[in-house]
Design a protein around this ligand. Structure first.
Ligand SMILES: C[S@@+](CC[C@H](N)C(=O)[O-])C[C@H]1O[C@@H](n2cnc3c(N)ncnc32)[C@H](O)[C@@H]1O
Length: 201
């Protein structure tokens, strides 16, 4: 069986690939490899999330579980003056994200580590993730539970999941943690969900 895409230090033989994809109206080149999520093309759920993400000029984004980098790279290239931090537990994914940011001439920071550990003490306007459903509920719920402490007041957590597998229970969890959750986009069997951290009254 192929190595899981969320291995920390994948040992599968390299099978490098490169493809181009148009995201947010702009062409990008992405290098990918074995043991990395969706190595042949930008995942359909990821695309829906990228299209839905409303990041304003100078706002900050954390792309948690960045894989080879499509979310963070596309946002960094199309938002003026913002800050993009990308993290992943998979060392191969982190290396690819760095290369892909460079290849597409965007400025991002890519950090390696578990969940929010690489962004200790930082807070963002937005956190976005196509969460690693296969890694299990503890990891996926860990993203939701850890998000409020890493969001600025009024900041949003954006997640994408399959309508039939994951989205309903994920939305319940978001509602429980944030007190709000909405479907902002749907298509191709996926839903993009958003919760917002309330500001002080
Ligand atoms: C479904 S993939 C999405 C990858 C990329 N964002 C995309 O849309 O193509 C989820 C990513 O989460 C990463 N991941 C799994 N467990 C993690 C954890 N505990 N902390 C951080 N990232 C994790 C995986 O390595 C994988 O790259």
């Amino acid at each position: 069986m192929a190595e899981q895409y969320f291995s920390r230090k994948p040992s599968a033989p390299h099978r490098a690939l490169e493809f181009t994809a148009v995201l947010r109206g702009r062409p990008f080149t992405f290098g990918t490899d074995s043991a990395v999520f969706s190595r042949r093309e930008v995942d359909a759920g990821t695309r829906l999330l990228i299209d839905a993400l409303a990041v304003g000029p100078s706002e900050s984004l954390l792309d948690l579980g960045c894989g080879y980098g499509p979310i963070g790279v596309a946002v960094a290239a199309t938002v003026q003056g913002g800050r993009v931090v990308m993290t992943d537990v998979n060392r191969r994914a982190v290396a690819l994200s760095r290369k892909n940011a460079e290849a597409n001439r965007v400025r991002v920071e890519v950090r390696e580590g578990e969940l929010f550990a690489p962004v200790e003490g930082l807070a963002f306007d937005h956190i976005a993730s196509n969460p690693p459903i296969r890694a299990g509920k503890a990891v996926v719920h860990g993203i939701v539970e850890g998000a409020p402490a890493h969001l600025l007041e009024g900041g949003s957590l954006w997640l994408v999941a399959r309508t039939q597998q994951g989205a309903p229970s994920l939305m319940r969890k978001m509602e429980e943690v944030f007190g709000n959750a909405e479907v902002v986009s749907r298509g191709g069997g996926f839903r993009v969900l958003r919760s917002t951290r309330p500001g002080n009254p």
